[in-house]
Design a protein around this ligand. Structure first.
Ligand SMILES: [Zn+2]
Length: 253
């Protein structure tokens, strides 16, 4: 990247070195990306069955398994698992029957939760994950790269991107496309890793949010808000707890 997609600055500083990658940070707004950026054509291969299964079973040692178990248990107990957070948001913001597009729908678990109340479409780059989603009745799945897909005249009341933005090499093009796909006063809901979290400041290069080559771009609340504003979104609300590795955002067209 030569020009920052958020603020158009061309001044970068090398912030961290992680395995074979450098985290480059915009001097002006703090947006960050990995260098070298993976080739876009290789993306579908990153989510092949072998890679996905390997990632899910790579939960290495018993301590890590236990830690993940408790994390899931507590977030479920507090009603905080991400699917539930997004589903509750849809219910409080949209009329029943509204059209929802879930970008990077994975195996379809989120839209499966929402399909009883909303008309749901999912788009998924991984043929393997899309085939799992396709086995769930009552949802429409498009297989392909969001940026490359022609949605023709389709418009949605809400577009969701749950843990997707950090995977995209052109996040500005992605939010612009979301804006174009939304009806007037439509809603964009997204969750992404928060580069501004205290955890990153404390842990530096070993922060869990850094996951090259999967996570290629990193936002903090201020520059995410700026990019959405520049795209034309109004009424942007970002919630980011200081010690949470993620942030949640809602933005209206
Ligand atoms: Zn910038």
């Amino acid at each position: 990247m030569t020009i920052c997609p958020v603020c158009a600055s061309g001044e970068w500083r090398k912030r961290y070195r992680i395995e074979g990658w450098t985290i480059e940070e915009c001097e002006a707004c703090g947006f960050a990306y990995i260098d070298p950026m993976p080739v876009r054509e290789d993306r579908p291969g990153c989510y092949s069955e072998e890679k996905v299964v390997d990632r899910n079973t790579k939960e290495k040692n018993p301590l890590q398994k236990l830690s993940r178990f408790f994390k899931r248990l507590f977030s479920k107990a507090a009603n905080r698992d991400k699917g539930t957070i997004f589903y509750n948001k849809l219910c409080s913001s949209l009329q029943p029957g509204s059209k929802v597009l879930d970008i990077g729908c994975g195996d379809g678990s989120f839209i499966c939760k929402a399909k009883g109340d909303f008309v749901c479409t999912g788009i998924e780059i991984s043929g393997y994950l899309a085939s799992l989603a396709g086995k769930r009745p009552g949802i429409r799945i498009i297989i392909g790269d969001f940026l490359e897909t022609d949605f023709k005249d389709e418009r949605y009341d809400c577009v969701t991107m749950i843990s997707i933005l950090e995977h995209l090499d052109d996040p500005l093009a992605a939010v612009k496309k979301c804006f174009g796909l939304l009806e007037a006063r439509g809603l964009l809901l997204l969750k992404t890793v928060n580069y501004g979290s205290f955890n990153r400041s404390i842990r530096g290069g070993s922060w869990t949010g850094f996951r090259p080559p999967d996570h290629v771009v990193y936002f903090k609340p201020s520059n995410l808000e700026l990019m959405l504003k520049n795209t034309g979104f109004k009424k942007i609300n970002i919630s980011a707890a200081p010690f949470n590795d993620n942030m949640y955002c809602e933005a209206f067209k």
